[in-house]
Ligand binder design. Structure first.
Ligand code: NAD
Ligand code: 0WE
Length: 271
């Protein structure tokens, strides 16, 4: 491996910066999930965590991961398209934690058929599904968190992708949904700012997760990204997690409504 390809972050950082803080992480599916990398990082900096999982199908794998953390973490089922799940989630978080400091949104979904072919052919149902799960859900989970964050202030981070503002072949309806998500970040930042709740987005370069591996030609995309990126490499999931940590933590106290790119300098390149 050349120097440029070697991970730059072999050093693992820990601190007490988040000691006594409580974080809810949405979107862990397995050990490769960006949400899991963020959870581990928050835990290493002292935070206490709660998790959601989408359905019984992944309950066991999430449970197994969560028991590897030093502090016991409550786990709640939550399909964001089910309002009763969101209500039960926050009833549970209130009972376990009383307050909440941080919320991490790592959820996206579009039908496979809408991530290929022509965007013009997107069905109404597929469009609505992608937007409901990937963008509208930020509002519903933020709404649940708001009363729990009011006392101490809080911070929310959502994961997004460059396909929101530039055309990335086949990202299609997910690009529209991410544009909506990013706009939601700004409107929420304005609305929750007076309560000292910050809201930001982390725009990650392509990472080989479960969601990514469902996409045909993903390995080619990683190669292309590596060739074009200023740092001549792909991003490591730990780098995405460190930025989410920074934004959530007091280090990010002056930042809200922003989208920060963790893409090894891909987006800045012209030719
Ligand atoms: P992942 O598959 O590990 O995570 C996606 C999560 O969304 C899963 O945990 C899944 O259970 C959850 N989800 C889907 N539908 C849901 C629903 N109805 N209710 C509740 N949860 C639901 O993949 P990932 O790559 O870690 O994705 C996390 C986030 O990162 C997503 O927002 C994705 O768009 C974003 N992102 C990914 C990449 C990448 O290349 N992997 C790049 C930039 C941004
Ligand atoms: O946000 C994402 C992926 C989100 C995603 C992935 C899937 C695969 C399986 C949403 N829905 C589904 N539905 C499925 O059935 N990324 C940023 C990763 C990604 O996805 C792409 C990309 C990149 C990068 C799709 C097409 C082109 C590029």
């Amino acid at each position: 491996m050349s120097g440029a390809e070697t991970a730059q972050n072999e050093q693992v950082f820990s601190s007490n910066l988040l000691q006594g803080k409580k974080a809810l992480v949405l979107g862990v599916a397995n050990k490769r999930s960006i949400a899991w990398a963020i959870a581990q990082t928050l835990s290493r900096h002292g935070a206490q965590l709660a998790f959601t999982y989408q359905g019984d199908r992944i309950k066991d794998s999430v449970e197994k991961l969560v028991t590897t953390l030093p502090k016991k973490s409550p786990l709640f089922p939550c399909d964001v398209t089910k309002p009763e799940d969101i209500k039960n989630l926050y009833d549970g978080v209130r009972a376990e934690f009383g307050t909440l400091n941080y919320l991490v949104h790592c959820i996206a979904f579009a039908k496979k058929e809408d991530l290929e072919g022509r965007i013009i052919d997107t069905s109404r149902e597929g469009y609505l599904m992608a937007h409901e799960v990937s963008a509208y859900s930020l509002l519903t989970v933020a709404k649940g968190a708001e009363p729990l964050m009011e006392k101490e202030g809080g911070s929310i981070v959502a994961l997004t992708y460059l396909g929101s503002e530039k055309v990335v072949q086949n990202y299609n309806v997910m690009g529209m949904a991410k544009a909506s998500l990013e706009s939601g970040v700004r409107y929420l930042a304005h609305e929750l700012g007076p309560k000292n709740i910050r809201v930001n987005g982390v725009s990650a370069g392509p990472v080989n997760t479960l969601a990514a591996r469902g996409i045909s030609g993903f390995t080619k995309m990683l190669d292309f990204h590596r060739q074009k990126a200023a740092l001549c490499r792909n991003v490591e999931v730990e780098e995405v997690a460190n930025t989410a940590f920074f934004l959530l933590s007091p280090l990010g106290s002056g930042i809200t409504g922003e989208i920060i790119y963790v893409d090894a300098g891909y987006r800045i390149m012209g030719m």
